[in-house]
Design a binder for this molecule. Structure first.
Ligand code: GLA
Length: 731
């Protein structure tokens, strides 16, 4: 086999390498994505590419099939093609030819060579952007693939597809694919429902497709979130893994496909409804960014993403404020006196941000009415919101306000005056969900109306923070009067509105909420400052939700609250220590009627809030460590400072273990050479739940990082549904 020209791009950093190559004038392919393979020169690049070329099997096409970032049927790829669409049945299998290549903004000449005297070039960088522009053989379509590789080795790719023909092009699907090695034999992704988001599920990768479709018009409570392929039995700290994430808050796809030749691909993109994208001549479709993350174990992958997100200019830099959200304290029962009293208690215990939730506007006295009417209710707020806001500010706290911009109750002035702005496919409205319908902000007039209504509230009040909610799935979400699919437009309008608000109100922070954790994705997070992890703050459930949400997002971007002793959603009761230690590892808040809390509990809550403040730099800047324990009754997580100078670990009994003495806990991620003191943080209230071990009684216990990582310390015997906390500090 010979190639006339080969152009390789090697990105090497953070112990990973990504090799992209263009052969002749074909689309870029990923030849290697994984652990570092060292430098490449033209001869070794050629060897690497040739070393990956398979022998065609019998009864297959007679040439090796190169699978590009957009796998092409025209090359003999018989799995799912990267692009599906046509000009009314024509041009459905384009043959692409790259005509322009840019590397970090500079053009690179497409090398010319011949089969007898091939040209091979390699460009090496730590990080950068490769842009390849291609045209199909008939000159009716143009494709631009943009691939970015970060210093953390995180890849992201997006495709821009332009119709050059005077005939409209109906795009059905465009997915970007990354190949995974045959060593990856299992795939992990997530499922979920309301109050139970991101539950892990695993299966072997077999021939065929495991395709997760998000058809809910929002990211979704049951979103795949990530598709993580890995070596069999990969764990938090073991086994190579390759993850895919589609950064899109509307309908979307995460897929793994294995074909008979053994090639296996992770693919992601937007899920388009029938006829949703019709490109007129000169129009371009832009796909979402599709992320690929390699990790030696799940923690390595998660921490690469965390560091990547932390390096963004818009990443929140200030201390994540200790938040009080009043939802579970008062629900819809808004009243100035009650909320003023709540603010007073909040300030005394160290709350830094006070968030007024649903119920302040229009006729919104319960969830059947008022959505869409973003005007302060004179009924419940006869003197307006300013007295409360001024009071909150006088106590030194920031003020946050709840909105649900893309929604409407039929019982609202907005729905009465603009029924044509409700998303539907025809005369019949979609079934209601939480008594509400979806407002079509893809319609420019509707968008402008909602934006102006929000701006009127924000202009008139001193608001630092918006909790942006989205409490139903999109069903039959068409644009009236024709009823054509409107989810793509709606998702773009959502991003546009976030962007406009961010530009207009510098410093305004926005929380991404959707019935709890239904909008957790890397599209939304580019324009928001945290996600609400789940409506469920029960620590048993939240241990798992938090643990898995950090697979995508760093802890400072995940809101987690300490709620009342008896959880409003599960009805289970838990100690304050267990609730606090569970929420502490994220962006901490409180969601509890503090007016009804005993003085002992207020004292203990203050202790946990102070502890959060004392450690938040560590919690929000460190490396996340999750530990695989064979006993499902036990769980252990931690965070280690980047310089390894300290760490916090929680040890949790999710259930009653079969084992009486749980053995030693090992603390990964430390500096093997350093010495650490280990302190168990125990409040008086924890004494029945956590039975101290002899080592906890020592005045000062100092051990090397190596000993703590490899030998560990005996865990305390604990009651079920309890947590212990350990602070390790380099001495
Ligand atoms: C959703 C959110 C909650 C709360 C309510 C208000 O369920 O997830 O936190 O804001 O809406 O209606």
């Amino acid at each position: 086999m010979s190639f006339s020209s080969m152009l390789g791009f090697l990105f090497r950093s953070a112990s990973t390498s990504v090799v992209l190559d263009l052969v002749d004038s074909g689309l870029p392919s990923v030849t290697h994505w994984g652990a570092d393979i060292g430098p490449l020169d033209p001869s070794t690049l050629r060897a690497l590419v040739v070393g990956g070329v398979e022998t065609p099997g019998n009864s297959a096409v007679d040439q090796a099939v190169r699978v590009s970032l957009l796998p092409e049927a025209a090359n003999g790829w018989l799995g799912k093609p990267g692009l599906s669409g046509s000009h009314a049945g024509k041009n459905w299998s384009p043959q692409w030819s790259v005509f322009d290549i840019q590397f970090n903004g500079s053009p690179i000449a497409v090398p010319e060579g011949s089969a007898t005297s091939p040209t091979v070039e390699v460009h090496t960088a730590e990080a950068g952007t490769l842009t390849a522009s291609a045209r199909d053989a008939l000159g009716v379509l143009e494709l631009v693939l943009v691939v970015e590789v970060s210093v953390e080795g995180v890849i992201r790719t997006r495709a821009l597809l332009r119709n050059l023909s005077s005939d409209p092009y109906q795009l059905e699907e465009l997915t970007v694919s990354y190949p995974i090695p045959s060593a990856a034999g299992e795939v992990l992704d997530f499922a979920g429902r309301w109050a139970h988001e991101r539950t892990p599920q695993r299966r072997p990768i077999t021939v065929g497709t495991h395709r997760r479709e998000g058809r809910t018009g929002r990211t979704g409570l049951g979103a795949a979130t990530l598709l993580i392929a890995g070596e069999p039995h990969f764990g938090f700290r073991t086994g190579e893994t390759w993850s895919l994430h589609t950064a899109w808050s509307g309908n979307h796809i995460h897929q793994v496909e294995k074909v008979f030749s053994g090639v296996q691909l992770l693919s992601g993109g937007e899920l388009l409804l029938p006829g949703e994208i019709n490109l007129a001549q000169g129009e371009t479709y832009e796909s979402p960014w599709v992320y690929g993350v390699y990790g030696a174990g799940l923690d390595d992958a998660a921490n690469r993403l965390h560091r990547d997100l932390r390096s963004r200019p818009q990443h929140p830099k200030s201390d994540r404020p200790m938040t009080l959200n009043v939802w579970e304290a008062v629900y819809f029962a808004h009243d100035l006196a009650t909320l003023t009293e709540l603010a007073d208690v909040a300030a005394t215990i160290g709350i830094e941000r006070f968030v007024l939730d649903d119920g302040w506007f229009g006729s919104r006295r319960d969830d059947t009415s008022g959505l869409g009417d973003w005007v302060v209710s004179p009924e419940v707020w006869p003197t307006g919101l300013t007295p409360l806001i001024s009071h909150v500010k006088s106590l030194g706290m920031k003020f946050g306000l709840w909105f649900e911009p893309e929604m409407v109750n039929l019982d609202s002035d907005l729905a009465r005056s603009h029924p044509e702005w409700i998303m539907a496919t025809g005369a019949q409205l979609p079934p209601e969900s939480r008594h509400q319908q979806v407002l079509n902000i893809g319609i420019p007039e509707c968008y402008a109306y909602i934006r102006d209504a929000m701006c009127a509230v924000l202009d008139a009040h001193d608001v630092d923070y918006i909790k942006w909610d989205h409490n139903r799935d999109l069903v039959d979400a068409g644009t009236l009067p024709t009823g054509t699919p409107g989810v793509h437009e709606q998702t773009e309008a959502y991003y546009r509105l976030l962007q406009e608000l961010k530009e207009r109100y510098p410093g305004l922070e926005i929380e991404s909420c959707a019935s709890g954790g239904g909008r957790v994705d890397l599209g939304a997070i580019q324009l928001t400052d945290r996600v609400w992890g789940s409506d469920n703050s029960d620590p048993i459930d939240r241990q798992s939700i938090n643990r898995w949400t950090t697979q995508l997002l760093p802890p400072e971007l995940i809101g987690a609250h300490i709620a009342s002793k008896t959880n409003h959603i599960t009805g289970r009761s838990h100690s304050l220590a267990f609730r606090a230690i569970t929420a502490l590892f994220n962006h901490l808040g409180v969601e509890w009627d503090l007016r009804k809390v005993s003085s002992e509990a207020i004292e203990e809550l203050t202790f946990w809030i102070n502890l959060y403040k004392e450690h938040r730099n560590l919690l929000h800047g460190g490396t996340v460590v999750r530990i695989d324990l064979p006993d499902p009754a036990l769980s252990c997580n931690g965070v280690v400072a980047v310089d390894k100078s300290e760490a916090l670990f929680s040890y949790v009994t999710l259930a009653n273990s079969d084992i009486w003495s749980p053995g030693r806990i090992r603390f990964p991620g430390l500096d093997t050479e350093a010495l650490y003191s280990v302190e168990a943080i125990l409040t008086a209230s924890m004494k029945d739940a956590v039975r101290p071990t002899p080592w906890m009684g020592e005045d000062s216990l100092v051990l090397s990082g190596a000993a703590l990582m490899r030998a560990g310390l005996v865990a305390p015997i604990m009651r079920p549904e309890a947590a212990a906390l350990f602070h390790l500090k380099r001495v």
